[in-house]
Ligand binder design. Sequence first.
Ligand code: ATP
Ligand code: MG
Length: 194
Amino acid sequence: MKHPKEEQTYVMIKPDGVRKGLTGEIIKRFEQRDLKIVALEMFQPGHEQLDNHYPKNEEWITRLGHKTLTTYEKYGYDAMLDFGTIDPVVIGPEIRKWLIDYMKTAPLVKMIVQGVHAVDVVRKIAGPTMPYLAEVGTIRGDFSIDSPALANKEKRAVMNIIHCSETPEEAAHEIKHWFGDVKVCDYKRFGVDE
Ligand code: ATP
Ligand code: MG
């Protein structure tokens, strides 16, 4: 079992976050919460590396479809019209493809963020997946407003500024995938580590 201060999560600033010039703002929000950046790089990955980043199991892919259907139902939009089906098993893979296309449109910034309950706290700072539902004060709530109602009509993924791991297991997997066996930079934060 790791020390509570050593929990790590994987964060990636997406094309819209980079292009809105939010890299510094995002890092600031993690650091001001006493989380520590222990690895950081701007880069532009290829198709295969992105394809292997996003889960390929049916449960995860279907969940993408459900996220669309929930919004469409709530606001009275017609999924049949945009997708030709209301089956999340069919809609999901389409969204996964849009997502990978979107992630290729600009450089990304990848980082490892470390600290107490880093996985959950980073997701809280980020806000929920759908920016239109995100509270003011979260990254997504302060800098974006996208919704599947708009995104899917434009045949694209929802733009929500950053990616962050959902569980410590997913974090470990993603850190390995994006950073390999890189040795993180350890240092003592004033007021946090001493
Ligand atoms: P992330 O994994 O990017 O941190 P998340 O865990 O909140 O976000 P996931 O369900 O893992 O959300 O979806 C991955 C990404 O796919 C989302 O961040 C968003 O960009 C996009 N996405 C998810 N659902 C939809 C949808 N219904 N329509 C369009 N894009 C979607
Ligand atoms: Mg996710």
